[in-house]
Design a protein around this ligand. Sequence first.
Ligand code: GTP
Ligand code: ZN
Length: 307
Amino acid sequence: MKGVVVKSTGSWYLVRDAEGKLHRARLRGKFKLKGMKVSNPLAVGDRVEFDVETTGEDTAVIHKIEDRENYIIRKSTHKAEHAHIIAANLDQALLIATLVSPRTSFGFVDRFLVTAEAYGIPTVIVYNKTDLYDEDMQEYQRQIKYLYERIGYKTMGVSAHSNQGIDELRELLHGKTTLFSGHSGVGKSTLINLIVPDLDLKTSEISGFSDKGVHTTTFAEMFEIDSETFIIDTPGIKELGIVDIPKKELGHFFPEMRERLNQCRFNDCTHFNEPGCAIIDAVRKNEIALTRYESYLSMLHGEDNRK
Ligand SMILES: Nc1nc2c(ncn2[C@@H]2O[C@H](COP(=O)(O)OP(=O)(O)OP(=O)(O)O)[C@@H](O)[C@H]2O)c(=O)[nH]1
Ligand SMILES: [Zn+2]
């Protein structure tokens, strides 16, 4: 039978078959993945082939993993040189952000978008909590929308509290497997609860304490909206995992820079202070947003502005 992994604890898996039935499964023997050092052979979203049998508590045995269209990884907590696959075969990622309580920085948004570009995952930026935005903030949000849509990222405003934009959000998800990401407190759980029927995710009141270390053992999970629409939630993982991008390639992951890279005087231009740089020129002419260029420089210089 064929199925999709909807939950992975590392030792056993929950697999959804084509009819929507769930099977508790384990992996047959040892699996080696081509060319990758990973601490977990199988992740949420993986498409597998399995046999139904009864072996103790488990009712299925997975014997084949299909090649992944894409995947996101983080460094393994166990072995430094190993990667841990968080989720696989994503159609899109939603970056949930807010302008207030807590405000999401451009640095975080841009870093997320760069990682998504590197993984090849289309991203939509969703500003939640619009019910809290006053007129100035609404205007600010329109500017942000313009800024990001100009470079190809769909941006929308929603409110889980007043239901604004929720129908449009449902439409966006339909027929796709979508990863929900964003800082703690932006309203991921509240939105997922609103969208997935019969689900009761714990939503937390924002406290003054940071959640360092609390979530580190939680695993990604896939929720079914209907037979062809799924949401993947990654508790405690605010970013899109890790990618190592060489400095001289960083510009390729900014769409508005990508299209201008061949216009720089020097082939190996880092767009920092080189003469004849088409990127710096475009920033001066306001064709590239200053906040985007600032995010680029901060990533180029290895600053961590994820906070
Ligand atoms: N005003 C307003 N508050 C919201 C909205 N959506 C969520 N909240 C509140 O924001 C707080 C955090 O929401 P959660 O859904 O727990 O946020 P989360 O992103 O899942 O946070 P973690 O579980 O820590 O990752 C809660 O108090 C929610 O009630 C909204 O649209 N408007
Ligand atoms: Zn340049």
